[in-house]
Design a protein around this ligand. Structure first.
Ligand SMILES: Cc1ncc(COP(=O)(O)O)c(C=O)c1O
Length: 367
């Protein structure tokens, strides 16, 4: 089966994880601290805080910013449900905003319209733009808009580690940026997440909340507030540290592969059978999602590809049609992307041969 993507765990990463297993220090320790320093340098921020998943990172971000009952948070309608779930879990209300059909991201214009239309009774507190599949949302304009309205920005850069806007890494524009290190992501520790921030006080609180509310000093441990255990293990940090120096090279390969895909699928796009994703500068291409024409039966296409040994799937969810998000707004573009979006096999280990095989099978399936 040509898998949707393959985790990229080379022998050096495996050796590094084995060394940790032999060391006796398994929970967050020296490897985790070193991974955080290297991530902060890579991202160009003062602080990187590792956590047990991208969802944990998003959850910690909202708690650290004090978002809770009585608050509302603007969330794209097209994303993985974790973005909206964490808003619900802190007791706030997600306000779902429709996305752009080409970039799959929220636009500043749609956010501004949602702010103008918002009637409460909650208080709008934050915006969570998602850099969907590594595609940069218009983050400069979104941050400027949020500042004008006094809202915090938590970037959901779960899919976007290494992606950039204007040469600056995504996830470093808002108060906090959150990344996922799940195996579908370009850099993976099995499960894992990262928070990025330039704010010293926020970083300190994030670290405290991540680990039982503990602060340490020369006198020992102090349980300062109620916290979680959302730590990453040192085994996982060792895996991440081995991959980080290779990440930019992998993204270069992904950009080239996206271009190969665009050329191979151009005849289907020209024939109106599907649309291709916008290829913005700085895109890190975590996923390559096309959108099938209305009327095409996506389930049948997925089955036809599977019969040829090719895995394909939907891209992301439309939150407003899911049970936890009823009555939270939403829009038709997200609903269509959820219905007709088709993610194709994509990772830096694939090349022109895999793309031609997928394009040929897709052409038959859509004939
Ligand atoms: C946009 C988005 N946000 C959040 C998450 C959650 O990350 P994790 O699976 O690491 O908890 C994902 C994961 O797919 C995602 O795509």
């Amino acid at each position: 089966m040509l898998r949707l993507s393959l985790p990229h765990v080379d022998d050096d990463a495996i050796a590094a994880a084995v060394a940790v297993l032999r060391s006796g220090q398994l929970v967050h320790g020296a490897e985790g601290t070193a991974f955080e320093c290297e991530l902060a340098a890579y991202l160009g921020v003062r602080h990187a805080v590792v956590a047990s998943s991208g969802t944990a990172a998003l959850h910690l971000a909202l708690v650290a910013l004090g978002v809770g009952p009585g608050d509302a948070v603007l969330v794209p309608d097209f994303t993985f449900p974790a973005t909206g779930n964490v808003v619900r879990l802190v007791g706030a209300r997600p306000v779902l905003v429709d996305v752009d059909p080409g970039t799959y991201c929220v636009t500043p214009e749609a956010l501004e319209a949602a702010m103008a239309a918002f009637r409460g009774p909650e208080r709008l507190r934050a915006v969570m733009p998602v850099h969907e599949f590594g595609q940069p949302a218009a983050i400069d304009a979104i941050v400027a808009l949020a500042q004008r309205h006094g809202l915090a920005v938590v970037e959901d850069a779960a899919c976007a580690i290494g992606a950039t806007a204007g040469g600056r890494k995504l996830g470093t524009f808002g108060e906090i940026g959150c990344f996922s290190l799940h195996p579908r992501k370009t850099l993976t520790t099995g499960e894992g997440g990262v928070l990025a921030t330039d704010d010293d006080a926020l970083a300190r609180r994030l670290r405290r909340l991540r680990s039982h509310g503990i602060e340490r000093d020369a006198a020992g441990l102090h349980f300062v507030e109620a916290g979680y255990n959302l730590r990453l293990t040192d085994i996982q940090s060792a895996l991440g540290r081995a991959q980080l120096p290779k990440l930019d090279g992998w993204i270069v390969a992904r950009r080239a592969l996206a271009q190969v895909y665009r050329e191979a699928l151009a005849p289907l796009a020209d024939a109106g059978r599907l649309t291709l994703p916008v290829a913005a500068e700085g895109h890190s291409w975590q996923t390559f999602m096309t959108v099938l024409a209305d009327g095409a039966d996506r389930s049948a296409v997925i089955r036809a590809l599977a019969a040829q040994g090719i895995e394909a799937n939907l891209g992301a969810q439309c939150l407003s049609v899911l049970a936890p998000f009823q009555g939270c707004g939403g829009g038709p573009v997200a609903a269509r992307l959820y219905r007709q979006g088709l993610a194709l096999p994509f990772c830096e280990q694939y090349g022109a041969a895999e793309v031609s095989r997928v394009a040929a099978a897709l052409a038959v399936a859509l004939a």
